[in-house]
Design a protein. Structure first.
Lengths: 357, 248
């Protein structure tokens, strides 16, 4: 007997957070992440946690900052325009080295854009978004089961590195249903937070949570500490999946929902005698550059085809990793549209015939 | 020899950086004294904001969290929801609270968030060198209202205490001043009452302090204290705007 249940992606994220020990949620309504809020509004009462509907995304992320500073496991969720508003707070969270989990169920942009699935927030998620030199860990699950496992992992990573971890989904992953197995949650990393502002209670020194360093040398020292921490994260926490690379002539690079379509195309292409493989980054930052470079050096690999639900964002990191060794092609759809298998297959055929340069 | 006066244990040994004649220092001292006198220093978590007191986490001896500009009430909400038994206060200026943080303070009050807000009104942006604040008086000359604040162009001052006092979630709101000994004692009692409101979990409270900024007002310290009374108080009358009959 298994405990598989059929659930929506958004609800699975919320349940995963609860199972990871998160008891504080702060959010502001926006489509298409709505079910996370609705689920939390009920579930937090059941588990004796705290749910606050904030007056804005700006307030919500600052409530997250406060709760994280006070030592709690804390979650907020939103979608693209709301995540833009949270960027100020996310920069402060990075500066003050606070652990927090932020979910972005991406919708099409720019501006108010649309409410259908897209991946146009790749740049914002992986290249900063807010001000200053900092990084967030960005995880892009591709199935409901992975949403569960990666959301649990996100809380552990956040605590382990005192970093903000973003779950980057999209409207399709958030809204669709798949069976999910709520595996036992792995033992948490130590959640003892001696640095947190919990009240002094006899401590010899008071704890201070801050991101301001007026002295340039002090600030640079802080910057260097962050850089060193990020280097450890790059070494230890880069996650990816590879598929069908043996003898592959063309290799897909794709994440999240786009990678699901590519997976089907790989089977279709094999039936037609075209050898296609894939590398799917699970962490978008840290990015699996080394693995992509290794694949680029394989003699049977002739070209890469990057598929995204945007105008071409991750493809820039793919090209940096490939470093000119093989051609990197791109195909994307925007506006909330998904590429069909046929569209992608046509791209493969064109590359194979040398029609695409 | 008997000690007749000493630095309160609620403050660290770090020297204040405030300008001569600025009353921020007095506010810090009386908040710290109240924390010690009430025995809550070990239980209190303070929130610093952005402005002249951005670094008062170095002065208050309790645990402290520094917040982004205007966001202190949201940060305090997060802290208080994690530690409902602790005392949580924010220390905010008028630009921080009444301008960029207007939404956060309004909604923290509306939710009845069980925090103490110490709001310092000196009618000007101090840290960034004397720009017009939401609290700047009509006719007052600042670096961004060089011909005096004109209501036709720059609108009217915001009376924060009166504004928030209509919200049911705000249970205690008082405006105080530091321009003489008697008013400082009243201010100190107001701080203590605000913490008692928190201890009894009654709701949101805010103390508005009329404070001086001799540097940006271009006035001598004593002249500044007189100006608080002669010019600020007619616009910002002292008194209890909410919770007059509150028994705490």
């Amino acid at each position: 007997m298994t405990n598989r249940v059929l659930m929506k992606g958004n609800e699975v994220i919320a349940e995963a957070a609860i199972r990871a020990g998160c008891r504080h949620y702060f959010g502001y309504p926006i489509t298409p992440q709505t079910e996370i809020m609705h689920y939390m509004a009920k579930r937090m009462v059941e588990v004796g946690g705290c749910f606050v509907q904030a007056e804005s995304e700006v307030a919500a992320i600052n409530m997250v900052y406060g709760a994280a500073a006070a030592g709690a496991r804390v979650l907020t969720s939103s979608s693209s325009p709301g995540i833009s508003l949270k960027q100020e707070g996310m920069s402060y969270i990075a500066g003050a080295e606070l652990p927090a989990v932020v979910v972005n169920i991406v919708r099409a942009g720019p501006g108010l854009g649309g409410i259908l699935p897209a991946q146009g927030d790749y740049f914002q998620a992986t290249k900063g978004g807010g001000h200053g030199d900092y990084r967030n860990i960005v995880i892009a699950p591709a199935s409901i089961q992975e949403l569960y496992e990666m959301t649990v992992a996100a809380f552990n990573l956040a605590d382990q590195y005192r970093m903000l971890v973003m779950i980057l989904g999209d409207g399709a992953l958030g809204q669709m249903m798949e069976p999910v197995l709520f595996k036992e949650v792995e033992p948490n990393v130590s959640t003892e937070k001696l640095w947190a502002a919990t009240g002094r209670h006899g401590k010899p020194e008071h704890n201070i949570i801050t991101s301001i360093y007026i002295d340039p040398d002090m600030l640079e020292m802080k910057n260097r500490e962050l850089v060193a921490k990020y280097a450890v994260v790059q070494k230890e926490e880069t996650r990816f999946e590879t598929l069908n690379l043996d003898g592959a002539e063309i290799v897909f690079t794709a994440f999240g929902t786009a990678s699901r379509i590519c997976r089907n195309v790989i089977r279709q292409a094999a039936e037609m005698g075209i050898k296609v493989g894939m590398i799917r980054p699970i962490t978008l930052w840290p990015f699996p550059s080394e693995e992509i470079a290794r694949i680029a050096n394989l003699s049977h690999v002739k070209a890469f085809l990057d598929i995204e639900l945007n105008a071409g964002q991750m493809v820039e990191d793919v090209r940096l990793a490939v470093n000119g060794k093989k051609p990197v092609h791109f195909y994307g759809r925007m506006g909330g549209n998904l590429p069909t298998q046929k569209e992608i297959l046509d791209q493969l055929l064109a590359i194979q015939k040398g029609e695409v340069r | 020899m008997a000690i007749v006066f000493e630095r309160t244990k609620g403050l660290t040994d770090k020297p204040f950086h405030f300008c001569p004649g600025c009353t921020h220092g007095i506010i810090h001292r009386i908040i710290a004294e109240v924390m010690c006198e009430m025995g809550i220093l070990e239980d209190t978590i303070g929130v610093s904001s952005v402005g002249c007191t951005y670094n008062n986490y170095e002065y208050f001896a309790c645990d402290m969290v520094q917040a982004a500009h205007g966001r202190a009430p949201a940060v305090a909400t997060g802290i208080k929801r994690v530690h409902p038994e602790n005392m949580v206060f924010t220390y905010q200026g008028d630009g921080d609270l009444a301008s960029i943080g207007a939404a956060e303070i309004l909604h923290a009050a509306a939710r009845g968030e069980k925090i103490s807000v110490f709001f310092v009104n000196n009618a000007v942006y101090g840290m960034t060198s004397g720009q017009m604040a939401p609290t700047t008086l009509l006719g007052q000359v600042t670096t961004t209202s060089p011909f005096g604040r004109d209501s036709a162009v720059q609108g009217f001052p915001i009376n924060v205490s009166e504004l928030l006092s209509v919200l049911p979630g705000a249970v205690y709101i008082e405006r105080v001043s530091l321009n003489n000994y008697k008013n400082i004692q009243t201010a100190k009692r107001a701080i203590a009452k605000s913490f008692r409101v928190q201890q009894q979990k009654l709701g949101f409270s805010l103390i508005e302090f009329l404070s001086t900024c001799p540097t940006n007002w271009g006035k001598e310290p004593v002249e500044s204290l007189r100006w608080v009374e002669s010019d600020m108080m007619p616009q910002y009358p002292l008194g209890v705007f909410k919770g007059k009959d509150l028994k705490v």
